[in-house]
Design a protein around this ligand. Structure first.
Ligand SMILES: NC(=O)c1ccc[n+]([C@@H]2O[C@H](COP(=O)([O-])OP(=O)(O)OC[C@H]3O[C@@H](n4cnc5c(N)ncnc54)[C@H](OP(=O)(O)O)[C@@H]3O)[C@@H](O)[C@H]2O)c1
Length: 320
């Protein structure tokens, strides 16, 4: 019998429930995946905390990697033909925190062999968000840009994708994470009082765009002070400030964001497979420990992505 995590109603960790469920056999245009790793993102908890009551109970988890366990009739995945036993990743799906899940085949891609299941399961939500942030702010060759929260999951992807575009990044982080920013090609600057001055001192070039992965007033105020045009500022965490101050806020639930993010998935999978886009993993938990993992995710930034592994997978790894 399969298991999955659902949220019974809007709320905190106490509304998370690990339940048995029947996996739907895939119809045409769908595949079933035996999950080897489920990715974790702040959105998993945030969308439970402030969800609309009519959406509940709802299954949690937007991305997974695993092995195809069944294929609907006449069905190909986004990357081409598929067969039972193929290793795949899937995003953006519903109910990924599961031992097995049936998903639309258009959201499933062949897993590059060089990626672990945990890396593959954490690639696309952060990666496609970072990609859209760079797109919305028209970042290109020779630009000097500011990324707030550069040591976080979205920030690390933004650092790498900005470098591929030929841009230079000044990235905010706590001092303990300066090495993360440096490792992915950024120039680290400490957030907190005096941030604007420290950024000005860090570069002789004008800062032409700002990408906010944090949402604090400090991050927004410094972006507004340093970047001359508001159409080159974007946030993923301060929608109210964006409305008030006239710059862009983006979110995966917005139709335009969904379309853009869907369109970059195949390229991100290819970049990751080539080793040009790295997904740092901080820690792996058993799937049944999702509450503890979520508490870590939503507390102090864990220093990389978190992975949920179904128990059978944990047992298999231990045996080797
Ligand atoms: N709208 C969207 O489409 C979308 C998509 C993905 C994520 N998000 C949101 O974007 C945010 C980042 O997500 P993530 O997955 O990258 O999170 P994460 O991995 O936990 O990273 C959090 C980042 O914020 C930094 N930070 C923490 N406190 C800070 C402060 N007071 N001032 C400045 N920086 C601070 C951390 O730096 P240190 O650890 O170095 O202190 C770290 O770089 C979350 O709020 C998430 O919900 C939105």
């Amino acid at each position: 019998m399969a298991h999955h995590w659902i949220a019974t109603r809007p709320g905190d960790l106490d509304v998370f429930a690990f339940e048995e469920y029947d996996v739907q056999p895939p119809r045409p245009g769908e595949v079933a995946i035996a999950v080897r790793a489920a990715g974790m993102n702040p959105a998993d908890a945030k969308h439970v905390a402030r969800g609309d009551a009519s959406e509940f109970p709802k299954a949690i988890g937007y991305e997974v990697a695993g092995v195809v366990s069944a294929v609907g009739a006449d069905t190909e995945i986004a990357s081409g033909p598929v067969a039972v036993g193929d290793e795949v990743l899937a995003f953006r799906i519903k109910g990924g925190w599961a031992t097995e899940v049936t998903v639309p085949a258009r959201d499933v891609f062949a897993k590059p062999p060089s990626l672990s299941f945990g890396e593959a399961a954490n690639l696309l939500l952060a990666g496609s968000t970072a990609s859209e942030m760079l797109h919305v702010t028209s970042v290109g060759e020779g630009d000097t840009i500011l990324v707030h929260g550069a040591s976080g999951a979205v920030g690390v992807s933004a650092l790498q994708q900005a470098a591929l575009l030929g841009a230079r990044v000044i990235g905010t982080a706590s001092e303990g994470n300066f090495d993360v920013v440096t490792r992915y090609g950024g120039l680290p600057v400490k957030y907190g009082d005096g941030l604007e001055q420290r950024v000005r001192e860090a570069t002789l070039q004008p800062v032409v765009a700002a990408l906010d992965c944090v949402g604090t007033d400090e991050a927004i105020d410094v972006s507004l002070a340093l970047v001359s045009t508001r159409d080159r500022i974007v946030t993923i965490a301060a929608a109210a400030r964006a409305t008030r101050d006239g710059f862009a806020a983006i979110a995966g639930a917005m139709p335009a964001s969904q379309t853009y993010r869907d369109s970059v998935r195949a390229r991100l999978v290819r970049l990751a497979g080539e080793g040009r886009l790295v997904v740092p993993i901080a820690r792996t938990f058993r799937l049944s420990e999702a509450r503890e993992a979520t508490a870590l995710l939503m507390g102090q930034h864990p220093g990389g992505k978190l992975v949920l592994e179904p128990e059978a997978q944990v047992r298999a790894s231990a045996a080797h």
